[in-house]
Design a protein around this ligand. Structure first.
Ligand SMILES: [Cu+2]
Length: 156
């Protein structure tokens, strides 16, 4: 949440500078309309990643287009993989390495996309078309799933 507030603060001051540069109020009006339009195009959800957790670990969202923002507060790289499945998040199919078998999820049509390779202290976003039901979130970097880096996302 802190990151998002900081980002909107930067946007607002950017618009103010733009308005002064143009010498009129038109620039400010355009900026406001753009912000309103993008907000109505989808819903927003923030899931914070840390070493080795998702927070919240039991997220909820409304069906439709949802933009997930995933800041990485940890010391190592993480990712957020989404699977649409009724499986217990602790009980996904795994490979012999103990990683989640993403090919198996894909074969079952449960693969729902991912926000890949988020460096420590970085933030990435992804927009997903969510349908009502149960999803599992997990990080599939080596060893992270085994350390319990998973959670649920319930879509209503
Ligand atoms: Cu991870």
């Amino acid at each position: 949440m802190k990151h998002r507030l900081a980002a909107s603060g930067a946007l607002i001051s950017g618009a103010a500078v733009l308005a002064i540069g143009c010498g009129g109020g038109d620039g400010t009006t355009t900026q406001a309309q753009t912000t309103a339009t993008s907000a109505s195009q989808g819903k927003a959800l923030e899931i914070t990643m840390d070493d080795y957790t998702f927070s919240p670990s039991d997220a909820t969202a409304k069906a439709g287009k949802v933009t997930i923002t995933a800041p990485n507060h940890g010391q190592v790289e993480h990712e957020l993989v989404l699977a649409k499945t009724n499986s217990d998040p602790a009980d996904l199919p795994t490979t012999s390495d103990g990683e989640v078998d993403e090919a198996k999820l894909e074969a079952k049509g449960e693969d729902a996309g991912e926000i890949a390779d988020v460096a420590p202290q970085d933030t990435k976003q992804g927009t997903f078309k969510l349908t009502s039901g149960k999803y599992v979130t997990f990080c599939n970097l080596p060893g992270h799933y085994a350390q319990g880096m998973y959670g649920t996302l319930t879509v209503k």
